[in-house]
Design a protein around this ligand. Structure first.
Ligand SMILES: C[S@@+](CC[C@H](N)C(=O)[O-])C[C@H]1O[C@@H](n2cnc3c(N)ncnc32)[C@H](O)[C@@H]1O
Length: 277
């Protein structure tokens, strides 16, 4: 396996991945960011007039529910490192007439935002793409004013069918020795997330885990969906000429998930974590 590149290179690679995905990110009819973002915001319960920040906003799965909750009197800063994500989400804010939303280009590890200025900080499905989550979490704590709150989502342990799909990709990636551009974006144990947060000075850490049912009509539906998500990175690790074989093997795994409705069901486990600065 290639050695791990330095943090700056990894941040650049992750940015390139999401820059390439910006147009289609999670636009499939099997969306997952939207329901996850809405649930995170529901748990954070932002109030009208509050100031909120969304770190790693992508296409606004968290930003827009936050904007709705804080209303026209509130304010939402949304930050992303991929310029096209910023441009498209800013355009969408304008189209929605959400003038309380400001979308900013920047690195969440060193956020170019005012300290102690937010009531609510949110970051969905970003933390474990960062090469140094502990450094980011320390910077994020400084953004929240005393008495404020933060919410994060991370992937939980992969259920057996997911693990089997990822094992197929790993098997083919082993032949190229190519590393994932993203860090393994899952942390199996709640305690590991708690330790990261408390190590960065956060307190009152609480977790809840929900399982989201991702439903696909058939294997090609799954394939098209995977290419609108971070799984593009997983595809890119394996040689293109092996993709048909990978798809066949994934198809065999997904066959085992077929429900009474005749469709394929992959369960995605998401951890919702709340904390105070
Ligand atoms: C998996 S996506 C999740 C996005 C969004 N929160 C959602 O739930 O749809 C991760 C996003 O974080 C952005 N990102 C990755 N590393 C970043 C960093 N260091 N600073 C800011 N944004 C980053 C990517 O460009 C991408 O848009």
């Amino acid at each position: 396996m290639e050695p791990l590149p330095p943090p700056e290179t990894r941040i650049r690679q992750v940015t390139a991945l999401f820059e390439g995905l910006a147009d289609t990110y999670d636009t499939s009819d099997t969306a997952f960011s939207g329901p996850v973002g809405a649930e995170l915001v529901r748990r954070l319960a932002p109030q009208a007039g509050e100031r909120a920040v969304d770190l790693g906003c992508a296409r606004g799965a968290v930003t827009f529910p936050l904007a709705e909750a804080v209303g026209a009197e509130g304010h939402v800063d949304a930050l992303d490192l991929a310029p096209s994500m910023v441009e498209l989400t800013a355009g969408e804010a304008q189209q929605r007439g959400a003038s309380q939303v400001e979308v900013v280009l920047g690195d969440a590890v060193e956020p170019p935002l005012e300290e102690s200025s937010y009531d609510v900080l949110a970051s969905s499905l970003l933390l474990f793409f960062l090469p140094e989550p502990d450094v980011a979490l320390t910077a994020w704590r400084r953004l929240v004013r005393p008495g404020g709150r933060a919410g994060f989502t991370t992937f939980g342990a992969w259920p057996p069918a997911w693990q089997a799909v990822l094992d197929v990709f790993d098997d083919h990636a082993r032949r190229t020795g190519r590393r994932s551009m993203t860090q393994a974006p899952e942390v199996d144990e709640d305690q590991e997330v708690t330790d990261f947060l408390t190590g960065a000075g956060w307190s009152d850490v609480e977790h809840a885990t929900l399982t989201h049912d991702l439903v696909f009509d058939d294997l090609d539906h799954w394939r098209r969906w995977s290419l609108t998500t971070w799984l593009t990175d997983v595809w890119m690790r394996s040689p293109v000429e092996e993709h048909p074989e990978i798809l066949d093997r994934v198809g065999e795994v997904l066959e085992g998930t077929r429900g009474d409705d005749g469709r394929l069901h992959l369960h995605l486990v998401v951890r919702y974590t709340l904390a105070r600065p």
